[in-house]
Design a protein around this ligand. Structure first.
Ligand code: NAP
Length: 313
């Protein structure tokens, strides 16, 4: 069996098309575009790429998308002050704080800064207010990556109701909201993590398997039920030749890419899973582009909710 490829690039394009008339309507009614403010602190190379993609996608769609930089030595108070300013800015409907924040800001910095974002502008869906609404199945702004995974599953016509779903990973930004979104669509959901006993046996029971681990090619064929739908959230950059050779066969495109560039991307799912799964998201070109499209959609949703006084505050 060769798994059906769940194309995130095409899905993201359809999401952008769907959002376009909402942006035009917002501009017509309010005389300004929906606005997104992105906070980037420090110089993390991966964050630079993510932020550039988000700004470009949201800006190209006709929204205002502005980058607010803090340097590596900025303090937690600097970050909180910047977020406070964006909360007060009427032209900004969505605020996104790119993680990780610099270590110097302290251990709890991310939580403190996420908590400081006005819940009505929380396009990342990380604020406890929005998390609470999600738990109660009355979501307003939901974390972009899990929301994008659900969007892809639904647009691809994959049935969730009554299915066994296993999520590997219990982070606040992916694993937990993913599990809730699946639960709210009537899947029977198990969340697993690094302390789960008998993980492969558990995941082999899954009709829908979501891997959000951060470990290159961790999910091998023995973790996957034949015919299952597998969503690979992981984005891992490999720079080690031995690791690349362990994962990708001789003559594969990824090995060629590695010899040309010195690095390749791999998800949390091993490429051999393509022979077992019924449907699978590629990396790159799967969950990543849809996540970016959901930043756009959440920005527009936040703008509409704020403008109609229905924002979650
Ligand atoms: P995270 O906060 O580091 O969480 C990883 C989770 O995986 C934890 O719950 C951890 O368990 C679990 N885990 C680690 N090792 C495991 C093992 N051996 N067996 C079972 N579970 C294990 O990561 P995250 O922020 O959720 O991100 C996960 C991955 O998704 C990363 O590769 C990240 O880059 C990627 N990501 C992609 C997008 C996108 O747009 N495509 C967006 C966000 C994240 P414990 O809780 O027990 O430690």
């Amino acid at each position: 069996m060769t798994a059906r490829r769940l194309d995130g690039v095409a899905c993201a394009a359809r999401i952008r098309e769907d959002v376009a008339p909402r942006i035009a309507e917002f501009v017509r009614r309010h005389g300004r575009p929906p606005g997104l403010g992105v906070v980037l602190a420090g110089r993390n190379p991966a964050s630079e790429v993510y932020v550039r993609n988000k700004i470009r996608t949201v800006g190209n769609a006709g929204c205002r998308a502005e980058l607010f930089r803090l340097d590596e030595t900025a303090s937690l108070d600097d970050a909180l002050a910047l977020v406070g300013g964006l909360n007060a800015d009427e032209g900004i409907d969505g605020i996104l704080v790119q993680s990780p924040l610099p270590h110097a800001m302290g251990k709890d910095a991310e939580q403190r800064v996420f908590d400081a974002v006005d819940p009505a502008k929380d396009v990342d869906g990380f604020h406890p207010h929005n998390v609470g609404l999600l738990v109660q199945k009355r979501p307003a702004l939901v974390a972009c990556t899990p929301l994008g995974c659900i969007e892809l599953l639904e647009r691809e016509g994959i049935t969730l109701r009554g299915k066994q779903a296993v999520v590997i990973g219990r982070s606040d930004i992916v694993g937990k909201p993913m599990a809730l979104l699946l639960l709210h669509r009537d899947a029977t959901v198990t969340i697993s993590h690094s302390r789960t006993a008998g993980l492969a046996e558990l995941t082999r029971s899954a009709d829908i398997l979501v891997a959000a681990i951060g470990r290159p090619a961790f999910v091998t064929r023995e973790y996957v039920k034949p015919g299952a739908t597998v969503i690979d959230v992981g984005i891992n950059t490999l720079t080690n030749k031995a690791e690349v050779e362990r994962i990708f066969p001789v003559g594969s495109r990824k090995r060629v890419q590695f010899s040309e560039k010195g690095s390749v991307l791999v998800g949390d799912v091993h490429p051999e899973v393509e022979d077992v799964a019924g449907a699978l998201t590629p990396v790159p070109g799967g969950v990543g582009p849809i996540t970016v499209a959901m930043v756009l959609r959440n920005t527009v949703t936040a703008a509409e909710l704020r403008a109609t006084g229905k924002a979650a505050v």
